[in-house]
Design a protein around this ligand. Structure first.
Ligand code: ADP
Ligand code: MG
Length: 400
């Protein structure tokens, strides 16, 4: 990675984008356009997306650039600066299936565009990002959405932001083969500076809630990702399906678990295995917490928001059983520190990052102390980032 700085300031952003353009020119020549899509952190609403429920992410000032220029030799070539590696194909002989390689992500987007009837001319592309890979901050969606904007621009095609999000989700589901919900791609498209976004994952209606300027978004990477994560994700989804099917037998209008109430669950939980009941209880209560959290944020009730985040962590840990020892240590350490508003494990679970809302005036101290406490308890050096809620994907103009 050649650019270490974050992209909060537009001057910094332009500088970072022009460095990407330089890399592009070095590899391919051409006169590239440069697009940027952010990573994200989910403040609350975990594993609710595929249940048709609510999530409340914010786009962050870590992201991925995709530069693009046309080629005249009928080939497609993509270079990842992060992997220091490129792939190249004849434009009419692109791989039809995934290769379990980073290039699956941009090629998946290209595939999904073609499926949508959009032909992209042969091109060169550079990908360069500073979202930590595989840490639960959605580097994958940032790559997809940045690539989608770049490819659409070259094709001269316009697409609504929500449609771009769905197209990128399709690329990740069907081409890359990862069963993610819509949240990551949606927030990468619709993020707004200094706001989080409450998304109804079924209707795709959303509303923004302002994050006060005195509040910092501190993201603490536990530096672990337990190998069970992938498999357990699938198991959780199956358990949620099983519980939903049981509730649906009694109330056919329950299409997705988001339609079920705590009363429904209480009434029919005796018909479910204990673990299935607890998975459903997490999702049903998490939906309520997430909407309440958006209301609390909009009303400036930060104490209430913090309490909801704490309850969400407990539910994720005990009912959904998707936390891990390291994440629990990180959350508990944060809860003992001055300036904390709310902390919880964010992302798909079993490691990755915690999200902390912290009083900005003491954020630097908070980060230092959190790092120390985590090291004392685990022996590991956590990476801790102070982020700002940022805009969704866009082109970055590079001046002369
Ligand atoms: P997360 O989205 O939480 O970061 P994923 O496993 O979903 O984790 O996605 C990470 C993968 O996305 C990487 O292993 C890589 O294949 C791809 N990726 C992310 N950033 C880049 C990049 N800058 N260049 C190429 N591939 C990338
Ligand atoms: Mg991902």
């Amino acid at each position: 990675m050649v650019w270490e700085m974050k992209v909060a300031e537009s001057e910094e952003k332009m500088l970072a984008a022009s460095l990407v353009a330089e890399i592009h020119e070095k590899h391919f020549g051409g006169d590239p356009r440069v697009f940027l899509a952010p990573g994200r952190v989910n403040l609350i609403g975990e594993h609710t997306d595929y249940a048709g429920g609510f999530v409340m992410p914010a786009a962050i000032d870590f992201g991925t650039f995709a530069s693009i220029s046309a080629r005249s030799d009928g080939r497609v070539e993509i270079w990842s600066e992060n992997f220091a590696e490129g792939v190249t194909y004849a434009a009419d002989e692109l791989p039809k299936a995934r290769k379990e390689h980073w290039s699956d992500y941009p090629l998946g987007v290209l595939w999904a565009l073609r499926e949508a009837g959009i032909e992209v001319p042969p091109f060169s592309m550079v990908l360069d990002g500073n979202v930590p890979l595989g840490a639960g901050l959605s580097s994958s969606a940032s790559v997809e959405v940045a690539a989608a904007l770049a490819l659409l621009s070259l094709a001269g095609a316009k697409m609504e932001r929500s449609a771009i999000a769905k197209l990128c989700q399709r690329a990740e589901n069907e081409y890359v083969g990862a069963s993610c919900g819509i949240m990551d791609q949606f927030i990468a498209c619709h993020g707004a500076e200094d706001h989080s976004l409450l998304l109804d994952c079924r209707s795709l209606e959303f509303r923004l809630a302002p994050i006060p300027r005195h509040v910092s978004l501190v993201i603490a990477n536990t530096m672990v990702k337990h190998s069970i994560a992938g498999g357990e994700y699938g198991i959780r989804r199956a358990e949620v399906e099983e519980g939903t099917a049981i509730l649906r037998q009694h109330r056919p209008e329950i299409g997705l678990l988001r339609d079920a109430t705590p009363e429904d669950l209480e009434r029919w939980s005796g018909e479910m295995p204990e673990n299935v009941m607890r998975r459903c209880r997490h999702i049903i209560t998490e939906n309520l917490r997430t909407v309440a959290a958006a209301d609390a944020l909009a009303a400036g009730k930060l104490k209430k928001l913090g309490d909801l985040m704490a309850a969400a962590h407990v539910s994720y840990r005990d009912d959904f059983e998707a936390s891990c020892e390291e994440a629990d240590i990180m959350v508990e350490a944060a809860q003992g520190l001055p300036g904390l508003i709310g902390a919880r494990l964010t992302g798909g679970g079993f490691g990755g990052c915690t999200v902390n809302l912290v009083e900005g005036a003491v954020a630097a101290q908070f980060m230092e102390q959190l790092r120390e406490e985590y090291r004392a308890a685990t022996g590991m050096a956590a990476e801790i980032y102070c982020c700002r809620a940022s805009a969704g994907a866009h082109e970055v103009e590079i001046g002369g």
